[in-house]
Design a protein around this ligand. Structure first.
Ligand code: ATP
Ligand code: MG
Length: 287
């Protein structure tokens, strides 16, 4: 089902997130009790680069509300402003107009409760897997007693057990991205921002990591904004796919992905999955 604009979704959020995610293996106590107050609110965000007359409008009037625990993908052609939007949400880049809030608080600079992951893993080559994952604690001089246990937990979650003492050069690209994902998860951010994290990987590794990410996301229940060019990946992972267009960069459509959770590889063979992929392709003007 394709919806036109966020505002037309029946209130700001449309159907409540807990209802959409009812198939997740959740402890009922974990389900937000506020009926879907947005965790992240992107309100009237525009971004221009360069001089007013000759400059480029990278983003125009983007509005999006994201509920706690939701997995959102941004899909669109190169240059439509996906990375720009992610940087604004992370606090790395100021918006020209509008604002982004997290839990009602305006985001004005990078924060510890927002984690980001990129196409390349950016690991420290002189640190082992375990020491790379420990990095956020070291930077924050966080000496909490359970840090070893948390590192062990995310290593196990991502299937890296046995590689704790290896160096990045000894790992495949897919394993390096798993380490980057661990580093993101270990500090338990409220919001995860992923900019084409699997874009440099081969198709086989990408698909396997997508299945892993869906499982991890369902277990850890992290609110996530995931940027990709890959439509099938976006549909597989997401609760909603935000379809963006260029010149100016803007939201064209939002597609609800009401496929059952937990998401497993088998969903790709279903009609429902193909239908949602078709919806996104149509919104992008590809069919
Ligand atoms: N720092 C900057 N200065 C000037 N223009 C910029 C800057 N950053 C981005 N842009 C421009 O803003 C537009 C959006 O860029 P952005 O990187 O957000 O696109 P994208 O959707 O992430 O593309 P891709 O899929 O190729 O990564 C592009 O036209 C880009 O050239
Ligand atoms: Mg980009």
């Amino acid at each position: 089902m394709v919806k036109n604009q966020p505002e037309q979704r029946g209130g700001v959020l449309g159907r409540s997130a807990p209802a959409r995610r009812a198939n997740r293996r959740l402890d009922p106590a974990e389900v937000p009790r506020d009926g879907g107050t947005p965790l992240v609110a992107i309100e009237g965000v525009s971004k221009a680069f360069g001089a007013r007359e000759t400059g480029l409008v990278a983003l125009q009037d983007v509005n999006l509300s994201i509920t706690d625990g939701e997995f959102i993908s941004l899909v669109g052609p190169s240059g439509c402003g996906k990375s720009t939007l992610l940087k604004i949400v992370s606090g790395l880049l100021p918006a020209s107009r509008g604002q982004v809030t997290l839990g009602g608080e305006r985001i004005v600079s990078p924060r510890r409760d927002i984690g980001m992951m990129f196409q390349t893993a950016t690991l420290f080559p002189w640190r082992t897997v375990k020491r790379n994952i420990m990095l956020p604690f070291d930077i924050a001089r966080d000496k909490r007693t359970d840090r070893e246990a948390r590192v062990a937990e995310v290593i196990q979650l991502t299937g890296l057990d046995g590689f704790e003492n290896n160096y990045p050069r000894e790992l495949s690209g897919g394993m390096q991205q798993r380490v980057a994902l661990c580093r993101l998860l270990v500090s338990n951010p409220r919001l995860m921002l992923l900019d084409e994290p699997f874009g440099a990987l081969d198709e086989f590794t990408r698909e396997r990591l997508n299945v892993e990410l869906a499982r991890i996301s369902e277990l850890e229940r992290k609110t996530t904004i995931f940027v990709t060019h890959n439509i099938t990946e976006a549909v597989f992972l997401s609760d909603r796919v935000v379809v963006m267009g260029t010149r100016p960069g803007r939201v064209l459509d939002i597609v609800d992905i009401e496929l059952p959770r937990p998401r497993r590889a088998g969903v790709i063979a279903t009609h429902e999955y193909s239908d949602r992929v078709g919806d996104v392709r149509r919104a992008l003007g590809l069919v």
